[in-house]
Every structure is written in structure tokens, then in C-alpha cells.
Design a protein around this ligand. Structure first.
Ligand SMILES: *Cc1c(COP(=O)(O)O)cnc(C)c1O
Length: 392
């Protein structure tokens, strides 16, 4: 199946020397023609006029390929520094399922012990149904990860991890895995391509929940796979066609629209997160705050070395345990009590309210997704909510 955009676009900016903030705005635009649109159109068509043998690049049927995917796939790949176009999916989990398809029955997978719950659940399902060996590791413990690689088929990493925000030494882990012939995938949802480019650091595959920062407005569910390897890209495309977890054209168009402001949103939310983390660290009603921006955070030095910025997800444990954590969620008025993350609006939840959350995650841990609101308004609301936990 072809990977070439069939809609004429501006000459590719992949492997671009432009800065990411510029790429997010400039990539995936239609060719500049007099009277032409500056944004790509949404094409709603399940099928294409077709007879006889298909020419390369000819569209046939929308489950296989459709032109409204291409500008987003082009823009995301350029942001990740990839040589192949990205491959968009109907959700982040659909993209992750495609990556797991590289592991055969009886194979071995190495995963973070703290990671997106459904990713861990998917691996457990592979273990139960296909005898896949699943090894969960502390990604911050480089020796432990290296020791687990022996005989592995896939190393799937999150860094920073969900929801504990541990930071992995990606360059070291990815190089070691490559040397042992272990396929590597990095879920780059938390860091975004502005925070780190895993392909550049040595990963074979990057996966995204586009639902989060890339689309950025909590209005679509989408995923994507990005790779430099044409064979892997062809396999992922074939997987998408076979399994059918495809993205709708409207959603992809919205994701591209969201992507245009990625740099502004990430800059603002990271700055807000670092400021809130700094204030929480001094707050009398806070037991622990986790954010790699804090000099005392275990991941600080590593993140400072391998990432641009520290992301905008915080871990917060109020004094008073689980009841206090629940009270904070009840008391906030501006922060939205909700799961998910990466939207313009700030949100929070207590992670262990889900029975499936890893039991090594503290019961009283709140995961905060810091948005782009005014930091003083966010702080006033959070500080007031923390104070209700003692005043009752
Ligand atoms: C949300 C999320 C996913 C799953 O993505 P969906 O779009 O919800 O299917 C995977 N990984 C991480 C880190 C996430 O935050």
C-alpha cells in the first residue's frame, strides 16, 4: 500500500530544520495555489471511483486510506523527526494494539510497572490468551530494565510514566535493546514530540494517544504510530486495514487543527505545572508532589538531560491520605474532576479509584493535568481545595 499523500501538499518538511513550533503550524498544508484553501479539506467518502488495476497512490476504500488522514500524518511525522509518514488510528489503544501485533504467541514483552492501565491490561490479555511472557519493570531503574531485555521481543516504554512520572534513561535503554535485537516502542503521549523525539533517541516506533496533547481540546479520541522503518510502517498500515480501528476524517481534521497550537499550549501548561509544583512543594497540607521540574524529584536530572521541559502532568499526595485526596477532588471548582489529560483545561483525579490501577501507586495520589488557564486562578482554586481537607 502506498504511503504517498495523494493530495498535493507543500514539498515535504520532514527531517525539517525548522523549529517544532514552526512545523506544527506549517506542516500538512495544501499546495499554494491561487484561490486555493490554506487548510486541507475534509473529504467524507467511504469509497473512490475505481476500475481495473490500482495505480500506486490511488485511493480505493476509506478503511485502507483516505486523504483527510494525510496532512495530520505528515505533520506528526515531521514533528517526531520521522522519515515515514505517521499512521493515524481511531484511538491511542488501537495504535498500541498495532505495536503489540509485532509480538508472536509465546513471545516476551517488557513494560513499565507504572503505565497507562489499558496498555498493561492489553499485555495481560496477550499473556492469558497467547502465552506471552510479560515482565513489568521500574523504568527509572536502568539495570533492572537491562536485565529484563534478555530474550525479549518488544520493549514498550513510557517516560515520564503514567501516573508516577518516573523518567527512563531512554538513550541507554534504547541502544541496549537495539544491540540485542529487541524492538523498541515509546509511548510519547506525556512528553509530546516537543518534549522528546524518541526516534532520534534510538526508538524503532513511537505511539501516541492523539486524544491528549496533540489534539489538545478533549474533543476527539485518536491515536498514531510513527516510525522511520518502511517495513514496520507497511506492517502497521496492513494491521490497520485488517483490524479496522480507523480514524474518522472529522476527528483527524480536528486533531490537525489542535496541533497548530501545540507549542503554545505545551509551553504554557508546562510553565503552569512547574510553578504549581514549586508552590505545592512548600504547601503545609501536601505530603508529596511529583514533577520532574523539582530539583528534589528523582527524575529531575535525567529529564533535564533528555527532555525539553518537564511536561505538565503532576502527582500530588495531600496530607490526610485517601479521604483528603477525595476531598480535594470534591472541592475544586475550576479544575475539572475527570480522567484523561492534555486538554487546554486543567483536570485531576485520584488514580486508585480504579481497581485496575497498579497497587504500587499510592492510594492518595492525585494525577493533575495542568492546562493553559491563568496560573493564579489555578493556584487559588487548588490551594482553597487543599485547605478544605483540614477545615472539613
Ligand atoms: C490515554 C493514553 C493512552 C490510550 O489512548 P486512547 O486515545 O485513550 O485510546 C495510551 N497511553 C497513554 C500514556 C495515555 O495517556
Amino acid at each position: 500500500m502506498t504511503t504517498e499523500p495523494t493530495e498535493p501538499t507543500e514539498p515535504t518538511v520532514r527531517r525539517s530544520s525548522l523549529s517544532p513550533a514552526t512545523i506544527a503550524v506549517a506542516a500538512g498544508r495544501p499546495r499554494r495555489e491561487q484561490g486555493g484553501p490554506v487548510n486541507p479539506p475534509v473529504v467524507l467518502s467511504s469509497t473512490y471511483v475505481s476500475r481495473g488495476v490500482q495505480e500506486p497512490g490511488e485511493l480505493l476504500y476509506t478503511r485502507m486510506d483516505t486523504e483527510t488522514w494525510h496532512p495530520f500524518e505528515e505533520a506528526l511525522a515531521t514533528l517526531e523527526g520521522a522519515t515515514e509518514p505517521g499512521i493515524v488510528f481511531g484511538s491511542g489503544m488501537a495504535a498500541i494494539a498495532a505495536v503489540f501485533s509485532f509480538v508472536a504467541a509465546g513471545g516476551k514483552v517488557v513494560l513499565p510497572r507504572h503505565a497507562y492501565q489499558v496498555t498493561l491490561g492489553f499485555a495481560d490479555d496477550l499473556a492469558a490468551r497467547y502465552g506471552v511472557e510479560v515482565v513489568r519493570v521500574d523504568v527509572a531503574d536502568t539495570d533492572q530494565v537491562l536485565a529484563a531485555l534478555d530474550g525479549a521481543d518488544l520493549l514498550l516504554i513510557e517516560s515520564p510514566t503514567n501516573p508516577m512520572l518516573e523518567v527512563a534513561d531512554l538513550p541507554v535503554l534504547l541502544a541496549a535493546a537495539r544491540a540485542q535485537g529487541v524492538l523498541t516502542a515509546v509511548d510519547n503521549t506525556f512528553a509530546t514530540p516537543l518534549g522528546q523525539q524518541p526516534l532520534t533517541l534510538g526508538a524503532d516506533v513511537v505511539v501516541h494517544s492523539v486524544t491528549k496533547y496533540l489534539a489538545g481540546h478533549s474533543d476527539v479520541v485518536l491515536g498514531a504510530v510513527v516510525t522511520n522503518d518502511p517495513d514496520l510502517a507497511a506492517k502497521v498500515r496492513a494491521y490497520r486495514t485488517l483490524h479496522g480501528a480507523i480514524a474518522g476524517p472529522w476527528e483527524v481534521w480536528l486533531a490537525l487543527r489542535g496541533l497548530r497550537t501545540l507549542a503554545l499550549r505545551v509551553e504554557r501548561s508546562q510553565a503552569n505545572a512547574a510553578e504549581i509544583a514549586r508552590r505545592l512543594a512548600e504547601h503545609p497540607l501536601v505530603e508529596e508532589v511529583r514533577h520532574p521540574s523539582l530539583p528534589t524529584d528523582p527524575g529531575h536530572e535525567r529529564a533535564a538531560r533528555t527532555m525539553t521541559g518537564f511536561g505538565a502532568i503532576l502527582g500530588l499526595r495531600p496530607r490526610g491520605g485517601r479521604e483528603a485526596a477525595d476531598a480535594v477532588v470534591e472541592a475544586v471548582e475550576l479544575w475539572v474532576p475527570a480522567t484523561s489529560l492534555g486538554g487546554v483545561e486543567s483536570s485531576l483525579e485520584r488514580r486508585r479509584r480504579f481497581a485496575t490501577e497498579s497497587h504500587t501507586v499510592p492510594e492518595d495520589l492525585l494525577r493533575l493535568s495542568v492546562g493553559i488557564e491563568d496560573v493564579e486562578d489555578l493556584w487559588a482554586d487548588l490551594d482553597r481545595a487543599l485547605r478544605t481537607t483540614v477545615s472539613g
